[in-house]
Design a protein around this ligand. Structure first.
Ligand code: NDP
Ligand code: GDR
Length: 362
């Protein structure tokens, strides 16, 4: 049977890696892309072929999670056998500033797709993956977190995703749909959005090394996250849709690290040793080689409510899907640092030629 995937959020980090993976498996891949004043397709440009060529396997459709009629029309046109719902306002801090929009896209958007599947009578022919998240766990109830750990979200984003989680489960039970929640812990890569903490750090480490930036301002250095590589996690998404029965699965590495330790490790890759001093908002990181302050805390990056500790147990995914992360944290940081050093080496060259100004704001 022909496999046709529809990916919402195709222009994002996971959308790009998942598209690559599904194309390599022979799928026809369709992606939903928002209209914007710029192309905004940098992460997937290498997958794109001219639509006038024969047998095109990767197609983009303009759409938005807030527009039901558009979603119904795209699903009707594409007739997907699998839908991966990755589109979201995915930034936790931003969700405090845009709570209503976040709920509209992340919660209602999920419902819109499920309803479209039903309206079009595709419940039995189309499988559905929902990008659920470790942010559902929020305030620590138990560690490590599993599929059975109670939820206690701590942000408008987490609360919106909680609705998404339960509406998927409800449609599975009510209508017999093959619909899964992947409860994914943080996963990063060279394609990670620049305002998430890992990429903000690897970019800054590369830029400070190359003399393009002097300081990195961060929020809560004590937060602990279970960071994996996005390439591994999209394989888990695919596997969840290939089983006999639809279920929910945690994907995680079972290792947790503080933001502070991530900074030390990333800067080390740029041959910079960070020495920490002070506490709380007065904490600073100095460059051991010249004693200059290179990391400072800016309380503007604190969240009104924080998720302190995430560490996931992916035993169920390992047992039932045969899924295990292939990259550890050091390999992830190596990959991100190599990519950002190369990126900013190029920027440095351009800037020295007077060609480019780089914006460093979050
Ligand atoms: P990104 O932020 O990189 O990508 C989000 C995607 O959603 C982008 O393509 C974005 O489009 C699109 N999008 C945002 N709003 C809308 C909208 N209104 N209509 C249509 N598309 C929209 O996220 P990731 O790739 O990192 O994550 C993918 C999914 O997985 C998200 O749902 C996220 O919440 C979830 N998740 C992520 C984890 C992680 O650690 N990365 C962990 C657990 C869950 P545009 O490019 O135009 O902005
Ligand atoms: P998170 O990722 O909130 O876990 O959500 P993020 O990288 O934004 O924050 C991780 C932790 O780092 C702390 N932090 C900072 N965060 C940002 N962005 N910027 C800073 O300057 C900074 N300083 C410290 C944060 O307070 C937090 O504790 C990500 C997203 O991909 C979600 O979509 C996904 O659901 C979850 O991961 C799992």
């Amino acid at each position: 049977m022909k496999k046709v995937a529809l990916i919402t959020g195709v222009t994002g980090q996971d959308g790009a890696y998942l598209s690559e993976l599904l194309l390599s498996k022979g799928y026809e891949v369709h992606g939903i892309k928002r209209r914007s004043s710029l192309f905004n397709t940098e992460r997937i440009d290498h997958l794109y072929t001219d639509l006038h060529e024969k047998d095109v396997k990767f197609k983009l459709h303009y759409g938005d999670m807030t527009d039901s009629s558009n979603i119904i029309r795209i699903i009707q046109e594409v007739q997907p056998t699998e839908i991966y719902n990755l589109a979201a306002q995915s930034h936790v801090k931003v969700s405090f500033e845009m709570p209503e929009y976040t709920a509209n896209v992340d919660a209602m958007g999920t419902l819109r797709i499920l309803e479209a599947i039903r309206t079009l009578g595709l419940e039995k022919s189309c499988r559905f993956y929902q990008a659920s998240t470790s942010e559902l766990y929020g305030k620590v109830q138990e560690v490590p977190q599993t599929e059975k750990t109670p939820f206690y979200p701590r942000s408008p984003y987490g609360v919106a995703k909680l609705y998404g989680f339960w509406i998927v489960k409800n449609y599975r039970e009510a209508y017999g749909m093959y619909a899964c929640n992947g409860i994914l812990f943080n996963h990063e890569s060279p394609l990670r959005g620049e305002t998430f903490v890992t990429r903000k750090i690897t970019r800054a480490a590369a830029r400070i090394k190359l003399g393009l930036q002097s300081k990195l301002y961060l929020g809560n250095l004590d937060a602990q996250r279970d960071w994996g590589h996005a390439k591994d996690y999209v394989e888990g998404m695919y596997l969840m849709l290939q089983q006999e029965e639809a279920q929910d699965y945690v994907l995680a590495t079972n290792v947790t690290t503080t933001v502070r330790d991530f900074v030390s490790k990333a800067f080390k890759r740029a041959d910079i040793d960070v020495v920490w001093e002070g506490e709380g908002v007065n904490e600073k990181g100095r460059n051991k080689a010249n004693n200059e302050v290179i990391v400072e805390v800016d309380p503007n990056y604190f969240r009104p409510t924080e998720v302190d500790l995430l560490i996931g147990d992916a035993s169920k995914a390992e047992k039932e899907l045969g899924w295990k992360p292939k990259h550890n944290l050091d390999e992830l940081i190596d990959d991100m640092m190599a990519s950002d050093l190369a990126l900013f080496q190029r920027d440095k060259y351009l800037m020295e030629g007077g060609h480019k100004v780089v914006n460093t704001n979050e």
